[in-house]
Design a protein around this ligand. Structure first.
Ligand SMILES: Nc1ncnc2c1ncn2[C@@H]1O[C@H](COP(=O)(O)OP(=O)(O)OP(=O)(O)O)[C@@H](O)[C@H]1O
Ligand SMILES: [Mg+2]
Length: 322
């Protein structure tokens, strides 16, 4: 990797963090993970209880990276056409005109994705995969920067349509946003006095774009140059295969997980301004890559085992290359 590229990348990422840090207090891991998903051209699930700044994070990232932002609230009556768009007959011109849906954007926040029925979810997932949508047989391309952040609320499962395993697999990561520390929560309370709307927060703290339109694609290209030793590729394959053998796990991760480990560990290395991957990069991204791709055995769940613990067990069981 050319040194100047790496320096440029380091600078972009540091400045992006700086801008996002103007509005988001703490949540450093979530910010890193979101940046990795963006930089690798993938999509991410975000999980966290209400009010931990999921929406604000995506908005702030969009603003800092010079990308357009849209949000769709998924509801039980949301139809595929509500997100993709419809051809509407225009009487004056005597022809059909496409009214583009909210999916025609760059960063899309799909809020509470598990509240919409399967056909609406699949319209979104298809668009994620192909970066295009089909409306009345015409195919329309989406922006190359089209990135979906889908939220799921972990506590309300009633009246929802959990994403099928095959669809969760399409997301690079599940990013968990936890409660802030006491210190952060106090800082937050003081800072947010009298101002709560995300737009207002972004304005007040003047989040500035770090990249101009089109620049994100160039930044993404730089990641391709991060090298991975063959032993580390085997290490990733071993980790994924071990999820299929571990006793606590009923369904292990599929082959997309290996690809996800590869992509994201390279981006993780680049975030640390390194042009080669280490085992620690792999370990750092493995939970976010694997936790949403495995299903625990009912017995393990009854015993109170979490997916996080199962992934930790898998990682312990795989020999780390030297
Ligand atoms: N870590 C944080 N840094 C900065 N502001 C925060 C943080 N956590 C919460 N907030 C504040 O909480 C408000 C709510 O955040 P936001 O709407 O992004 O939450 P959310 O996770 O999307 O919630 P919901 O699940 O209800 O949609 C923000 O406007 C902000 O004022
Ligand atoms: Mg929200």
């Amino acid at each position: 990797m050319a040194a100047e590229n790496l320096d440029y990348l380091k600078d972009v990422l540091a400045r992006t963090r700086g801008e996002v840090g103007k509005v988001i207090i703490g949540q450093e891991d979530a910010i890193s993970m979101a940046l990795i998903a963006i930089m690798t051209g993938q999509h991410a699930l975000i999980e966290g209880v209400p009010g931990v700044a999921k929406t604000l994070l995506v908005r702030a990232l969009a603003r800092a990276l010079g990308c357009e932002f849209n949000r769709i609230q998924f509801t039980p009556d949301l139809m595929p056409a509500d997100i993709t768009g419809t051809n509407v007959f225009n009487l004056r011109d005597n022809e059909f005109k496409l009214v583009r849906g909210p999916i025609f954007t760059e960063f899309l926040l799909a809020d509470e994705i598990n509240r919409a029925p399967a056909k609406t979810q699949s319209a979104l997932l298809q668009a994620m995969q192909e970066r295009c949508v089909t409306i009345d047989r015409d195919t329309h391309t989406l922006s190359p920067n089209f990135t979906v952040f889908a939220t799921q609320n972990p506590i309300e499962y009633e009246g929802t349509y959990p994403l099928p395993e095959a669809q969760k697999d399409r997301f690079l990561f599940k990013i968990r946003m936890g409660y802030p520390s006491r210190e952060h929560e106090t800082g937050l309370a003081l800072r947010m006095l009298g101002c709560d709307a995300p737009e207002a927060v972004l304005e007040r703290h003047a989040v500035q774009p770090v990249l101009s339109a089109g620049e994100l694609e160039r930044v993404r290209g730089i990641f391709q140059a991060v090298t991975v030793r063959e032993e580390l590729v085997s290490y990733m394959v071993d980790i994924v295969r071990t999820t299929r053998e571990e006793d606590m796990i009923l369904v292990g991760a599929g082959p997309r997980a290996t690809q996800a480990l590869l992509l994201s560990s390279r981006a993780h290395a680049a975030l640390a301004a390194r042009d080669f991957v280490t085992p620690d990069d792999v370990k750092a991204v493995a939970p976010a890559v694997l936790e949403h791709r495995i299903v625990l055995r009912p017995e393990s769940e009854i015993e109170g085992v979490t997916v996080g613990e199962a992934v930790a067990r898998v990682l312990q069981g795989v020999a780390v290359p030297r």
